[in-house]
Design a binder for this molecule. Structure first.
Ligand code: PMP
Ligand code: GLU
Length: 386
């Protein structure tokens, strides 16, 4: 089949594929422990669901402006101001069908064939594929566990060329859980400003942060970096709303307008009902988000406690998101073989690190209940011992 060149090398999403496989196995009656999940296991809070039901009943079921309703964009501006010290006006905000869609729109709006995009590795699986879809060149910036998987600034500067167009920042990070401090981000911002590189700042795990750390938005450091940054966020992780498909971005006016035009001619508006739900989510008190965050922290702590007892596995303590990136190098197996054997032998499913750029690691999600985590860790412990 004569497919377009840009799509030929693009891979399926391994995270989505494995998550679906586990759901299917469960349906077939297998007692699978699901450590693949890239989504909170909690139900969407009932106030949010009610807002969607009300929207349907009131007939709020038609097209909205393609970049989202004015009310939702205003609520997002308030959120950016309150949580991130960021001033965006509603016409700088674009609401899309998930943060993944926001990210893809930005890549389309900014990056041309043969432009270079710097992506710290380990990386979330979709970043390199998005770059491939616009025929850009991905430049991976290797990071090391010893440095908590954060970039080395000298290496960063070295990776920059005349063709570098953008840098993708993801703090808290999927899959490593690392969180950049204000000082670290300030230095990254300096480099990006000096070299006029756009920063695509994926802050989707902002609310899931532990050990009293604080999330900082890179665009808040002043006009120079603000003018180069697109801040991406969404409803999926903080509000347990993965299926509703609402993400958003704040960007300099010209970029936001470009993204709006892309959306005008591709998807139009994200679902009106989901927008009503997102508005309710942003307006409600944060106690439910905090409750979920506390629960994730408990699970993380328990998982770490268990891993500490398994000599052949080590990890870097995640400070955000809901993934534990676990070093399997002492097992002497590639991560795909590890994941496959573990699933075949014990029915514990996790994601091979190779898909995130590190074959000596696997990603274990703790977005599942404590009971399952306990069961899963029992199985892993026994399996590794054998
Ligand atoms: N960025 C990262 C790092 C993610 O892990 C995800 C999870 N799918 C997304 C963006 C996109 O989330 P969504 O499209 O559900 O908003
Ligand atoms: N981001 C989540 C993950 O990494 C969800 C799946 C996806 O969109 O890739 O598992």
């Amino acid at each position: 089949m004569n497919l377009a060149r840009r799509v030929k090398d693009v891979l399926d999403s391994p995270t989505l594929a494995l998550t679906s496989k586990v759901k299917q196995l469960k349906k077939e009656g297998f007692d699978v422990i699901n450590f693949t999940a890239g989504e909170p296991d909690f139900d969407t809070p009932k106030e949010i669901k009610q807002a969607a039901i009300d929207a349907i009943n009131k007939g709020f079921t038609k097209y909205t402006p393609s970049a989202g309703t004015q009310e939702l964009k205003e609520a997002i501006c308030e959120k950016f101001k309150r949580d991130n010290s960021l001033d965006y006006s509603p016409n700088q905000v674009i609401v899309s069908c998930g943060a993944k869609h926001s990210l893809f729109n930005i890549v389309e709006a900014l990056i041309e064939r043969d432009d270079e995009v710097i992506i710290p590795s380990p990386f979330w699986v979709s970043y390199p594929e998005m770059a491939k879809l616009v025929e850009a060149k991905t430049v991976f910036l290797e990071t090391e566990p010893l440095n908590n998987f954060k970039i080395d600034l000298k290496k960063f500067e070295k990776a920059i060329t005349k063709k570098t167009k953008a840098f993708i920042l993801n703090s808290p990070s999927n899959p490593t859980g690392s969180v950049y401090s204000r000082q670290e981000l300030e230095k990254i911002a300096e480099i990006c400003v000096a070299n006029k590189i756009f920063v695509i700042s994926d802050e989707i795990y902002e609310k899931l942060i532990y050990d009293n750390q604080k999330h900082v938005s890179i665009a808040s450091f002043g006009k120079d970096i603000y003018d180069l940054t697109i801040t991406v966020n969404g409803m999926s992780k903080a509000f347990s709303m993965t299926g509703w498909r609402i993400g958003y971005l704040g960007a300099p006016q010209e970029i936001a307008s470009a993204v709006k035009r892309i959306q005008d001619h591709s998807t139009s508006n994200p679902a009106s009902i989901s927008q009503a739900a997102a508005l309710a989510a942003l307006k409600m008190p944060e106690d439910q988000v905090i409750k979920m965050r506390e629960e994730f922290e408990k699970r993380r702590n328990y998982m770490i406690e268990r891993l500490d007892k398994i000599k052949k596995l080590s990890y870097i303590k995640p400070q955000g998101a809901f993934y534990l990136f676990c070093n399997i190098s002492q097992i002497k197996m590639g991560s795909h073989e590890f994941a496959k054997k573990l699933l075949d032998d014990t029915k514990v499913a996790l994601i091979p690190g190779k898909d995130f750029g590190r074959d000596d690691f696997v990603r274990i999600s703790f977005a599942t209940d404590l009971e399952s985590i306990k069961k899963g860790m029992d199985r892993i412990e026994q399996w590794v011992r054998q």
